[in-house]
Design a protein around this ligand. Structure first.
Ligand SMILES: [Zn+2]
Length: 298
């Protein structure tokens, strides 16, 4: 009997009863307060924890959907660049790391996605970083992508919105990655020279070479709540200056208080805030109209 019940019966049951599919992504855990969050609810809440308000990192597709009117946008193809110019190798070949990252985010992709659409009815170009692609690091491809985004903005006479989420320069490209700092600055300079708004939305994290170049040059700088924004990490600074850093150091709210950020905006209000800003900045200024001077009476 035991052989029948213990061995045969489960096998028959396994064949007869249909397999119930339990999706493994039904629940997510908030990395800050460790609350278990129902995935569907979290998605409706734009990946903001409803318990503690922690803003989770977003992939480019979700980010772009939030930015543009009705979630409608058109992605542009970015210029092909040389991959692994230094034939770099650490524990693994850089070309292999690239292949692994591209296996997840699509062939030929890198840490930047550029798209255009409308925000508050105005045409707009957005360049958003993909932190899951090698820590959103900036190499040649990202530099080229930013230049392409800036030129598209000038061509369309549209504001440029950049959303960094990056650990900094792509060390596997050595000096070539550092060269992207001045290149990205020149890119946003083209937008400014054309008299078009350049808006930055700092998200978690914005550090290293990215924070030391285009990310700090916005005409208006917004930040998501609680994002880490800085050049060197907190631990490195503490070890260098041998002092404890103040509470909340390098977070959006701290930078707002110290004048590095103009507004800290909840993700739910991001689209509306951008629409309002673009509307204000693109509206013809009343003083630009030529007012005839009163003529002295003869
Ligand atoms: Zn939480």
């Amino acid at each position: 009997m035991s052989w029948l019940t213990n061995f045969v019966l489960p096998k028959i049951r396994a064949v007869v009863t249909p397999k119930r599919e339990v999706p493994d992504n039904l629940w997510d855990k908030c990395p800050k307060c460790e609350q278990m969050l129902f995935h569907r609810e979290l998605e409706q809440n734009l990946f903001v924890c409803h318990n503690c308000g922690h803003h989770m990192r977003l992939d480019p597709a979700r980010r772009l959907k939030i930015l543009f009117d009705d979630g409608q946008y058109t992605k542009i193809e970015l210029p092909k660049t040389v991959q692994d110019p230094l034939k770099f190798r650490d524990r693994k070949r850089y070309s292999e790391r690239l292949k692994e990252a591209q296996a997840k985010s699509g062939p030929g992709s890198d840490a930047l996605v550029v798209a255009h659409g409308r925000i508050g009815g105005h045409p707009a170009v957005a360049a958003v970083f993909d932190f899951s692609f090698m820590g959103g690091s900036m190499g040649i491809a990202v530099g080229e992508g930013l230049i392409a985004a800036a030129r598209l903005a000038v061509l369309q006479e549209a504001p440029l919105i950049v959303v960094p989420a990056s650990g900094g320069a792509r060390m596997q490209e050595g000096i070539l990655s550092l060269m992207q700092m001045p290149r990205s600055v020149l890119a946003v300079e083209e937008v400014k020279e054309a008299g078009l708004p350049y808006i930055v939305v700092l998200t978690d994290p914005t550090t290293g070479g990215v924070s030391a170049s285009f990310a700090m040059l916005g005409d208006v700088t917004l930040a998501e709540p609680g994002a880490v924004i800085g050049f060197a990490g907190q631990r490195v600074i503490e070890e260098t200056i041998r002092e404890k850093l103040p509470e909340g150091f390098q977070r959006s709210e701290y930078l707002l208080e110290h004048g590095m950020v103009d507004m800290v905006v909840h993700r739910k209000e991001l689209h509306e805030t951008l629409a309002r800003l673009i509307d204000l900045l693109r509206r013809p200024h009343p003083s630009a109209e030529v007012v005839p001077l009163p003529q002295p009476a003869a």
